[in-house]
Design a protein around this ligand. Structure first.
Ligand code: NAI
Ligand code: MG
Length: 372
């Protein structure tokens, strides 16, 4: 049996294009691995009423990790309209498969590196090397939401929080509530991941980005855990910043920062800004990482208008493979791959449309594979 069993889930649209690029590069890496394709995405919602079929979950459970392309998702009305006729009126509801997978496999770390590779014409500056750790399972995206607000929930909230009193007379269907839930364990383990990464890859600082002056309890807990964990890493400095100010500083002095760690929604926002500083969606890789399993994906979506055209930049996907190799413990191969990608960017011969070139997804993957 091979050392690694890696699930390949291309998904929809350009997910397939970039997965083709991924396969070309994986084949030249000479890993002791085996690839298992699996179904995910919009078309399985349309044809089977489930974008994440059970058979895919069964496959994932027997594998080391997964590489995922992208999926299409659409608003509720379209979702219902596009269901196959025989699936109508069965009470099926669409749920994002990637959110489901993050929760199902407890993939609590969302890792998003944003590094400026020399020669990328899309860089905001050339000296950026940020790594964002976003908590991936709780916070404002815990899914604890109410609308219309049930009376019992409102009464309980009023009983425990005087601030709720202001909302006591608003009709139930004129008020919506989303809860920001942070657990000590959730906060601690994301901090631990951030510091471990900083140590392993030699980053001198970890910046915890929150808003403790306003969100006293939830951000407060994040900061306390950051300080506790930081005490085990005397060589790394802990910086504490507020999310709003951090967005400005990231534009002003992105080179000052290294590892940044934050809760779910702040991380979602922060990482999109950071990605744009180093070339945008064509360059943004990510990992959804748990203690025993991980799913790696470029952060872009399925870009339907480019589907099947082999036009988009596969760099995000190739950098995603680099993250996967790091996680598998294949540091040498990860570094070689990153070197090959950086080389192709610096050489400036092969460029996809987003970088001002006319080369295809496959040209770019081939150039990287050749360097490997
Ligand atoms: P998108 O990321 O698919 O594309 C937005 C635009 O960014 C594209 O039209 C293209 O101009 C550019 N772009 C994206 N990837 C690129 C690449 N690799 N190289 C060069 N340019 C690239 O976002 P959009 O249009 O908002 O969503 C399209 C679909 O994807 C929707 O159904 C959405 O729900 C889904 N989506 C899925 C995600 C996932 O699978 N994790 C994440 C984001 C969106
Ligand atoms: Mg996002």
């Amino acid at each position: 049996m091979s050392k690694y069993r890696i699930v390949l889930m291309p998904g929809d649209g350009i997910g397939e294009d970039v997965m083709e690029a991924a396969r070309m590069v994986l084949e030249t890496l000479d890993l002791d691995d085996e690839y298992i394709p699996a179904d995910i995405g919009w078309r399985f919602w349309c044809t089977e009423g489930n974008p994440l079929p059970e058979r895919t979950i069964d496959i994932l459970k027997t594998c080391s990790c997964a590489l995922f392309g992208a999926i299409t998702s659409k608003p509720k009305n379209d979702a219902n309209k596009e269901l196959a006729p025989q699936l109508h009126n069965r009470g099926l509801t669409y749920r994002s498969p990637i959110v489901t997978l993050r929760q199902m496999f407890d993939l609590y770390t969302n890792l998003r590196p944003c590094k400026a590779y020399q020669g990328n014409p899309l860089n905001y500056r050339d000296d950026i090397d940020l790594v964002i750790f976003r908590e991936n399972t709780e916070g404002l995206y815990s899914g604890v939401e109410f609308y219309p607000l049930p009376d019992e929930v409102r009464e309980k909230l009023m009983q425990y929080s005087p601030s709720m009193g202001r909302f006591k007379d608003i009709p139930a269907d004129e008020i919506a509530v989303s809860l920001r839930v942070i657990t000590q364990n959730g906060a601690r383990r994301i901090m631990r991941q951030a510091f471990e990464y900083a140590r392993r890859f030699g980053y001198p600082t970890v910046t915890v980005v929150e808003k403790p002056n306003i969100l006293r309890e939830t951000s407060g807990l994040m900061i306390r855990e950051a300080r506790t964990v930081a005490s085990d890493y005397s060589e790394i400095e802990l910086w504490e910043t507020n999310i709003d100010a951090q967005m400005m500083w990231l534009l002003k002095n992105p080179n000052n920062y290294g590892v940044l760690v934050t809760s779910n929604m702040f991380g979602d926002i922060l990482s999109d800004l950071a990605a744009q500083l180093v070339g945008g969606l064509g360059f943004a890789s990510s990992g959804n990482i748990g203690d025993n399993f991980a799913i790696f994906e470029p952060t872009h979506g399925s870009a339907p208008k480019y589907a099947g055209q082999h036009k988009v930049n596969p760099t995000a996907m190739l950098l995603t493979i680099k993250l996967m190799l790091d996680w598998l413990g294949e540091r040498d191969k990860a570094q070689k791959l990153e070197g090959a990608i950086a080389g192709v960017i610096a050489e400036a011969k092969v460029r996809t449309y987003d970088m001002g070139g006319t080369n295809s997804t496959i040209d770019m993957a081939k150039a990287v594979a050749e360097r490997l």
